[in-house]
Design a protein around this ligand. Sequence first.
Ligand code: GDP
Ligand code: MG
Length: 364
Amino acid sequence: MEHPENNEEYKGLAVNKGIEQPSSVNPYLKRKPKKRLFTVADYVEGIVKGNITILSQAVTLVESVKPEHQSIAQEVIEKCLPYSGRSIRVGISGVPGAGKSTSIDVFGLHVLEKGGKLAVLAIDPSSERSKGSILGDKTRMEQLSVHPASFIRPSPSAGSLGGVARKTRETIILCEAAGFDKIFVETVGVGQSETAVHSMVDFFLLIQLAGTGDELQGIKRGIMEMADGIVINKADGSNIDKAKLAAAQFRNALHLFPAPDSGWTPKVLTYSGFYNLGVKEIWDMVYEYMDFVKANGYFDYRRNEQSKYWMYESINEQLRDSFYQNAQIEQMLGEKEQQVLNGNLTSFVAAKKLLDTYFEELRK
Ligand SMILES: Nc1nc2c(ncn2[C@@H]2O[C@H](COP(=O)(O)OP(=O)(O)O)[C@@H](O)[C@H]2O)c(=O)[nH]1
Ligand SMILES: [Mg+2]
């Protein structure tokens, strides 16, 4: 018996034979085609036409660690190169709280008054940990973030500073190809990231604060030497005199440094990002600098030097990756490290053994 419930003993109950259930997926429904991956040509065409969606997607590929994404990205970058380079690139640095985000908002609106398009990028080697401490707060870039001529992209979170910086530099190329003629690169004013930003911009703007009386302390000499302009923010309210004093101190300190290769004398200005005071003067300075270095040839010289620098950086990065990702090396590394720590091997010999093994592996 098919259904035991249909037994005589159960009165007033009849269970019918069931029917076959249709598949839960409608067989007549056409399967949605998989999201089509753009070809290199699609990306390049979209970027050159200024399509922001495609630009964003291409930047995502640049930031991706997947080899198949990287290979498309590299081709796209190469094809975009002829359309790139026609922009002014400004690095903006300052310690957290200096007012970078607030300032970039007003700086951005100021430079866009004359037309054109602005891309704001960032280099933040800590962003993986902090989930994007800079440019994370688009709220402080209230006006710029909704401006139709702006493109704001937080720092790629790629681990090593070198990797993050390379990706930002490649993103600059894509943005320029998409018609962005003004590029800001923001970075936190601590440590090595300034060097990275300096190596990809035409003008390096350092935002400083007044107030402690000995402003110059704690500012790394190297960072000051990189600056083409130093601007003291928050020169408003009762802080104006302190800001002016700080500016005088910076001017004096700058005299102690050797004259920069550009022949340009770095300027020190005070301003208030919050109250939008002195912002025009800052950008007059930047444009004056651009005219100056374009006239004396330093503009092209610096860009060429940067290209050279990035070639060597890329070689170093790829060699390092190839070495550390080698299976044999990965296996040996811990053991050699231990031997060095135990005093059984000198650092130099350990390194040599690892490198010898690596080169042998390559020959296989
Ligand atoms: N008084 C004054 N405060 C400012 C000025 N610019 C920024 N701030 C304040 O300083 C704090 C840090 O600013 P923010 O732009 O987030 O700095 P960031 O960390 O360098 O990006 C915020 O509370 C701002 O409101 C300014 O020009 N004057
Ligand atoms: Mg900020």
